[in-house]
Design a protein around this ligand. Sequence first.
Ligand code: PCA
Length: 207
Amino acid sequence: MVTTVLITGFDPFGGGDRNPSGELALELAERHGLGADARAEVLPVVFRQASGAMRRLITETRPDVVLAMGLAGGATTLRVERIGVNFFRGGPDNAGDRYDGEEIAPGGPPAYFSMFPIDRLLAESRDCGVPARDSLSAGSYCCNEVLYAALHTCAEQSIEASVGFVHLPAFPDMVGEGSGPSMAREVQFRGLQAMLGVLIRADETAT
Ligand code: PCA
């Protein structure tokens, strides 16, 4: 059985004109070279629209793997997130709205753990020369929102997908010289491709 992978990234936000996660989601789906069936979507950085889009995509696609990604300005490595929480705060989002503490799924569980084999993903990325580390939580903005929504949708609909989230650094041209960390696009691609390889092999051995 061919593994079905849903890969998501985001639109630019917060006044930026690029978002590596949206660009790399499309590129990974097109040329991952891993023998899986991959679909990519670029999600809006708008509270509730982001989680609504994720929920719809999972319900439609019924994927085996959900690799969700977003930009973390200031990150120096690929960053694999451990938990998604039922809490949203921040903005203005791309609709211009600010929020100061909303439940993503009213009445839903407070948090879910990522289902990714995180230590293996980190090891595989580092083995191909791409720095990667874990982080406890994806924050409280749209990235956490889609991680929580993906895990909640799979739990509610009994979809046995491996779901997780990777935050990405900026691309070098997005930061002024010497003014912040960045990682080249091809380096990010290589690390993500290595992680996706682990996720696809894990799915193949599980079925
Ligand atoms: N990063 C933001 C939202 C969209 C994105 O790419 C975040 O970390 O929540």
